[in-house]
Design a protein around this ligand. Sequence first.
Ligand code: SDX
Length: 471
Amino acid sequence: MADKEIKQIKDLIIEAGKRARQESDFEPEQALTQPVKWPVNCLVGPGLEGAIACESKIGYVNGSKGWLIYRGYDIFDLCAHSTFEEVAYLLLYGALPTVSQFDNFKAKLIKYRDINYTIRLLMGFPIEKMNAMAALRIGTNFMRQELTYVDSDAYSPDFDTAISADEDSIPMETKPRGEEHAIYEFKKASAGNKPRSVDKNLQFSAEEESCYSLISGVSTVAGVVARLRQDRIPIEPDPSLSHAGNLIYVITGRKPTPIEEKIMDIALILHADHGMNASTFATMVVASTLSDMYFAIGSGIAALNGPLHGGANERVVKMLQEIGGPGNVNKWFEEKLAKKEKIMGFGHRVYKAYDPRARVLGPLAEYLVEHSGNEEIKKLFRTAKTLEKKVVSRLGKEKKIFPNVDFYSGIIYLCLGIPMELFTPIFAVSRVSGWTARVREYLKANRIFRPRAVYVGPFDKRYEPIKKRSS
Ligand code: SDX
């Protein structure tokens, strides 16, 4: 039975990929897929829109055509045939693993699920009163204590080659260093006093082992946050389950069915990487200062929390509940439009076509809803389908506004029994793979991020004693 259902899911994805190709051909954008000769000319808008931050081989988003690539593989291909663990390996190493590489990688991920010291520390905090993303972030700091000794003086990055962050003090006529600028390497720390239970490989905080520990540990912490918020004891991760299956298990306390595990796995693949989005850029900015991977991932979690970025999927469900049913969509939409308010789960800074991830998540949501007996969720899904038609017909052509990755993901998580406050943490559980991969790639030719601001303030001010200042 499960094989038949899994095949049905694969066929849905292959069908979605075919539809995407029918709607738009897939040629890469020249300006965004040729090697860069620094300094590079680009037209930059507010919020660094259009700015080129670096070169990367990790992922490519073709916004005009609605196309998403990880290391050269089309997202529909990976969703139909791969797994999240294999995609995480692909993002980190640039190639799909051999059997032995994959076995070794999966064994490490399973090993790093167990972060008991971090769990014990989290249990001492009022997690149930906290924003789930704030708790997730605290978990990465506790992992940093448990698994590394970056704070000990035995470990210090090599500052000799650091470029001063205060580039304002260098006349901007300085010839940009181009390719010859300083390359940072995290110095191998000499043996110092090691923290509790540190694994010898985890003594460094920016090496590949820290990527594994975070990809795995953030998933365990998400489970701990879920359970503590339900006033329950955290559940020990199950080494026999896949990454996706274990995630459902540690959050809900229930072992998923094969189809639930498969759909969560596909959702994790779809959220793994997405170019220079705000949270990925945040992790890279922090890492570029020679801070460490744990702080970098913590900054990504902070950025992802925002409702304009990762926090939208939770707001989509609340929005659908507020609409109350398909019959209310028209009136609700007109009011929203009149107030020029943004509709959660729609629009995108890069996609001016249908977000390919929504093309997959929509049919998966429909499949789960059809097989779920929950009338409330079925009504939410019908409302979502009606709203999608309305928004695309009114704003698709004119403003290129289409559903994005957050529009259907919340309905899927509801069907899987995931509490709403865990929707965005699950986004982070997946995106840690893209964040760590891009940080590692950037550090190979690091240059501290330091854009400029145009000063538009006054110059001719003179100081006045406070007594002389009028109110
Ligand atoms: C993610 O960057 C990434 O890759 C992010 C992400 C990833 O995987 O990391 O894809 C994940 O963040 C998905 C987006 C989740 N957020 C939401 O669903 C929140 C709702 N969407 C928006 O807030 C908005 O669409 C953004 C923030 C996502 C993008 O906004 P932009 O590119 O800054 O667009 P804008 O604010 O400049 O708007 C341009 C026009 C405006 O109309 P005008 O003033 O020109 O008349 O489009 C309108 C906006 O009002 N518009 C919307 C809209 N989004 C833009 N109108 C209604 N509803 C919307 N959602």
